[in-house]
Design a protein around this ligand. Structure first.
Ligand code: AMP
Length: 130
């Protein structure tokens, strides 16, 4: 069965899209730890980042870099942090998070509650910097 992220890629589930090419896709995390928290995924399904072949993995990181640089311009932050967990969704994803301090990468803390209008505004800001 398709993962929830494949359904997002295919447009079967809505998302706040940031960027896409033939192999990769980026969209806002629906439960952000910080404003601008973005997920970057490969279009192929695999549940573990270190199962990816070298080309797919390096392409994923380079795609994440483009998105991260746009996020850095769009969102107030010191830098963009990167995390890979995959405890919840079995489809490889890199979390990109605008950081002010190391506590911003604490995924156990309460998530932000943003309105659809706020999420759309953030996605638009990041897309403009791509
Ligand atoms: P993890 O698998 O532990 O790295 O976490 C999965 C992440 O995916 C969480 O931060 C969720 O908030 C996020 N997530 C799950 N479903 C969606 C969705 N439909 N749209 C955007 N983000 C999602």
């Amino acid at each position: 069965m398709a993962t929830i992220f494949t359904k997002i890629i295919n447009g079967e589930i809505p998302c706040y899209k940031i960027a896409e090419d033939d192999k990769y896709f980026a969209f806002l995390d629906i439960n952000p730890v910080k404003k601008g928290h973005t997920l970057v995924i490969p279009k192929i399904e695999d549940d573990y980042i270190f199962n990816l072949d070298d080309d797919t993995l390096s392409g994923l990181v380079l795609f994440a870099k483009k998105v991260a640089l746009a996020m850095e311009s769009a969102m107030p932050c010191k830098r963009i942090g990167l995390a890979v967990m995959g405890m919840e969704v079995p489809h490889v994803h890199i979390h990109l998070v605008p950081m002010e301090n190391e506590g911003d990468l604490n995924f156990a803390k309460e998530k932000l509650k943003l309105t659809p209008a706020e999420m759309n505004e953030i996605a638009e800001k990041i897309r403009k910097e791509l």
